[in-house]
Design a binder for this molecule. Structure first.
Ligand code: GLA
Length: 388
């Protein structure tokens, strides 16, 4: 959709007047480093050129008016600045309200309301962070339109605070960070323990990043997500009885093997094992990416998936089918689930000249096994939020 079309939709929805300002923020795909961002580990995500557009116009009163072109059946949703709280019936606007809540917590008040129209082309619930994209585009629009003194990193933290303090999902920082600080054609190698980061060029030559969508709506994801987080916390507590470590990412492989018996609960032990090994894999994978060794990178992706499936238990039949079928195809260097799992997407590194055949073979096998089709996108890596 073009900026002009979006502006027309804005005027149709909210009436004539001043031009709204138009902003964009991407989604994200994580190449490796899954479920380590609340354990102090490294992650390696990329921002996507798929994302969310937000058009914002300030009002002079304290009213808030929202419309999403993705949910026209909901009509215009309304609120006021003086009543910012989570409510089911606020639907998608809870992510916008959450940003206002997070700003308020930091002592930043807007003083007047606004109209916001959004449109996104990330499939919802696909594990490509449509919600973080909405949070970041909202933050970027508010920052520009109200002249707020907020850095990109703070936008990411406000987004995470929205999830943790308003929505109730105890997520890490990876999604919002990679979207708010994304860079074209680069992955963000982020240390979630310190928030220091580096950009790693994604130069794939004759290969591409292929995203494979299970098209399965995630339902259990939120509750299981918080459960995984507390399992990691219990495992850490057990290790801390003996080891002076601040998080699971600080435990190296040898120390873990020598001390894992301290985690008596078998499930917690398996979760910690995933985290400790995934942290090491991600550091290793980043080295391989820098060295242009995509074969080794692909193998680490495979190992990551197997660990998420067997030790961390966040995969599902749909994701496992996509990954297993992709791995059978010539030209696939590695494949794994990406994001929170339980549905959503998998990601693979594929030879360009094999992509069509991979989509055909995986598509057919998936539909035969699961009963409905999956979808594919060749990823293109975008930058941080911007005004259009
Ligand atoms: C979701 C969360 C992230 C991260 C991933 C799993 O996307 O929002 O913080 O934990 O799951 O790696």
């Amino acid at each position: 959709m073009t900026k002009t079309e979006l502006a027309q939709a804005f005027f149709r929805t909210f009436g004539p007047g001043k031009e709204p300002r138009c902003f964009f923020a991407g989604g994200r795909v994580n190449l490796i480093g899954e479920y380590v961002d609340f354990n102090g580990g490294h992650v390696l995500p990329c921002a996507l050129t798929m994302g969310t557009w937000g058009l914002l116009r300030r009002r002079s009163d304290d009213r808030l008016r929202f419309y999403s072109l993705n949910f026209p059946q909901l009509g215009v949703l309304e609120g006021t600045l003086s009543n910012i709280r989570f409510q089911e019936r606020n639907q998608w606007t809870n992510y916008v309200l959450g940003m206002l809540f997070a700003l308020e917590e930091r002592g930043i008040a807007l003083g007047s309301g606004f109209e916001l129209l959004v449109y996104g082309n990330i499939p919802n619930g696909s594990g490509l962070s449509s919600s973080a994209s909405l949070e970041v585009v909202t933050g970027a629009a508010l920052r520009a339109c109200y002249g707020l003194d907020v850095t990109d990193m703070e936008l990411a933290l406000l987004g995470q605070r929205t999830e943790n303090g308003f929505i109730g999902l105890n997520s890490g920082i990876m999604d919002q960070f990679s979207i708010a600080l994304g860079k074209e054609n680069a992955a963000v190698f982020l240390d979630t323990g310190t928030l220091s980061y580096e950009y790693v060029p994604v130069e794939l030559g004759d290969k591409v990043i292929l995203i494979m969508n299970t098209c399965k709506r995630r339902t259990l994801a939120d509750s299981k997500y918080n459960e995984r987080r507390s399992e990691c916390e219990s495992a850490l507590k057990a290790l801390q009885k003996v080891l002076p470590v601040k998080d699971l990412a600080s435990v190296d492989l040898r120390t873990f093997e020598a001390n894992k018996h301290l985690i008596e609960n078998e499930i917690d032990r398996a979760r910690a094992e995933h985290v400790v090994y995934e942290c090491a894999r991600t550091v290793e994978a980043c080295k391989k990416l820098r060295a242009g060794d995509l074969i080794s990178f692909g193998r680490l992706m495979d190992a990551s998936h197997d660990s998420l499936r067997d030790l961390f238990a966040v995969s599902c039949r749909e994701l496992d089918t996509l990954v297993a079928e992709a791995r059978k195809c010539p030209g696939v260097l590695g494949a794994r689930m990406t994001g929170a799992g339980f549905g959503g997407c998998a990601v693979a590194i594929v030879q360009k000249n094999a992509v069509d055949e991979v989509m055909e073979r995986v598509g057919a096998a998936y539909e035969a096994a699961i009963g409905y089709p999956c979808a594919f996108y060749v990823a293109s890596i975008g930058g941080g939020p911007k005004e259009l």
